[in-house]
Design a protein around this ligand. Structure first.
Ligand code: ZN
Length: 381
């Protein structure tokens, strides 16, 4: 962060946001309207906090608002004019008076003090906007140094703090800012919006692939933009392409594990040793995720909702159905109900943290004991 009048190199590298405005930004109408009112009324002194989950669209909204605040001739609707020197400086990725800090990288006290020192010297811009990304991870010392500037009543600086967890932003900061919570779109809106975005990018998509993308992006507008950018070079997006790009290949390995475990033959132990996928914890989570889908239907319970939460399992009904049938057949051979057998597997896989590779190996062994009903061996395991 040597040159405080420039942005950090990655902050404005994607250009798609330049075409958006506060009026057309997706999914955050209420917040965008409030921000336009602030611009219209030249109410720039109080800082704002935009908070919400990762990928929800905080950064895009921060840029749009910053551009409108810094614009020399904002429109009556509270938008940037896009033609003045300041607006053009954004197009050139060298915005004047705009500073981007990432608290996870620049959030130390020394950097913050240096920034405050330079702010006091003044700037060519009449007003400055400082965006602090990950403000919920700013060190207390750095935050307090910035706070001094936040407190000044007629400050020529507008702070925009971005946070995933509002509660972790220093209370003193929260009380001096206007708070705006950004929420993801609901599922139906997300689907329509994502399809429209892809269409605008000249890309068509297999409807099942679209379902996977909707689940993966969870209605978070920032993630949806990133997904569209990732597929924009393709004229047609297939289900296979999306699964591969999102790293969903693990479903095959984990369903193969359960297929082996539940097959009519007694599986050899080696067949029940899982390959490590990313790390042990993630491997266990994936095994759990598939097991949860195998839970035999209970009257009154809906299984639909869980399907939607795991993008990797969208449109995997046939393999899940096949495994469920194997579970039922296995249970019948042991004279147990499917739910009873499932509960035994759930006790093993859903309750304990198996920790590392050895732990997973042990869990594989215990799985075999459960499905062969070697209760005695299980007790001594
Ligand atoms: Zn302008």
């Amino acid at each position: 962060m040597e040159n405080l009048n420039s942005t950090t190199p990655d902050a404005l590298v994607d250009r798609a946001w330049l075409d958006l405005s506060l009026a057309t930004v997706l999914g955050h109408t209420k917040t965008a309207t409030a921000l336009r009112e602030r611009v219209r009324d030249s109410r720039h002194d109080t800082g704002i906090i935009l908070h919400g989950s990762k990928g929800v669209g905080k950064r895009t909204l921060a840029r749009l608002y910053a551009r409108a605040v810094l614009c020399e001739t904002p429109t009556e609707a509270g938008e940037a004019c896009r033609t003045c020197g300041q607006c053009v400086s954004f197009i050139k990725s060298r915005p004047i008076g705009y500073t981007w800090l990432d608290a996870t990288k620049d959030g130390d006290e020394k950097t913050a003090r240096k920034l405050v020192g330079e702010l006091n010297v003044g700037s060519v811009a009449a007003r400055r906007v400082i965006v602090v990304g990950n403000a919920d991870r700013c060190t207390n010392g750095a935050f307090d140094a910035l706070l001094k500037t936040l407190e000044e009543p007629k400050s020529p600086i507008t702070f925009i703090l971005l946070a995933q967890v509002l509660a972790e932003v220093r209370l003193a900061g929260q009380s001096r800012c206007e708070l705006y919570r950004l929420r993801p779109l609901d599922r139906e809106d997300a689907r329509v919006t994502l399809e429209a975005m892809l269409c605008a990018a000249g890309t068509s998509i297999d409807q099942r692939a679209l379902d996977v993308l909707v689940a993966e992006t969870g209605g978070r507008v920032g993630d949806m933009h990133a997904a569209v950018r990732a597929v924009a070079a393709l004229s047609f997006v297939t289900l296979g392409w999306v699964r591969k790009a999102l790293g969903h290949g693990w479903v095959e390995e984990v369903t193969a594990f359960w297929g082996t475990a539940l097959s009519a033959n007694e599986p050899p132990l080696e067949a029940l040793i899982l390959p490590l996928m990313d790390d042990a914890r993630e491997t266990q989570r994936r095994v759990q995720t598939v097991l949860l889908r195998l839970r035999p239907a209970v009257l009154g319970a809906s299984a639909v909702a869980v399907y939607e939460s795991e993008a990797a399992l969208v449109h995997q009904h046939s393999v899940i159905r096949e495994l469920s049938e194997m579970l039922a057949a296995r249970a019948a051979s042991l004279s147990r109900t499917p739910l009873d057998l499932w509960c035994a597997l759930a006790r093993l896989w859903l309750s304990d943290d198996h920790g590392d590779f050895d732990g997973l190996r042990e869990a594989g062994r215990a799985t075999r004991l459960v499905i062969t009903e070697d209760v005695q061996a299980l007790g001594s395991a």
